[in-house]
Write a protein that binds this ligand. Sequence first.
Ligand SMILES: [Fe+2]
Length: 231
Amino acid sequence: MSSNIERELAFAGKFVEAKLIENVEDYEATGSVTNLSNRPMYIGGDIPGVVPPWKSTILKGGRIARAERVSIVNVPDETNLGGVVLDGWDWFGNRYDAFPRTNPLYISPYDVVGEVEVNPYRFANMPSDSKFVDRYDIRLNLWWAPAKTDAFLHNEHTFLEIHTQIFGFGRIQIYRERDLNTKYREITVAPGETHDPIVRVLGDRDFRYPWHRGWTDTDAIWMAIELHPKG
Ligand SMILES: [Fe+2]
């Protein structure tokens, strides 16, 4: 297999540069680089760096020495950045009837970037010695919301989800109940950062999530990374 097989992602556009690179070898990158594989990503340099599986970093002309599969997402110019939602995106309320009618959360097109075998217990950092592995489609999309947006309290997913922050700052806020007065945890996210999974794996394709929502401290773009069980 040849190296540095690359293509644009479906959500690349006027405001966002976004590409997928597979079988990466000595590749110069600028942007938020997410390791979309089970193997470490190595960063070149006199002192090489390591980015663990399903984590990310910012590169500014740095070189990826080696990686199995990465996304590189960059916002080169902030001028009119809120216009990203007019570049082929959709207001999330058009996709989900229960979504509050005035919350300004927008979603980009999806891109299924490949298949992967994952031990979901290991993915979730759970103290399990289960050897169970499953096959997943890796599906990416971007989200946009202006500052102080409530990206909606929810606790159900049929997939494993994490997010890479691309632009601006935000939090994953976690609640004991479906009640905004019961918050007990926050995970802050800054550009280039991928938060740890919050899923608990109870069994074969049995994923439990606490009540959680995205919250934007500033105008923000973040990338969803969803592992959808195959077939
Ligand atoms: Fe979620």
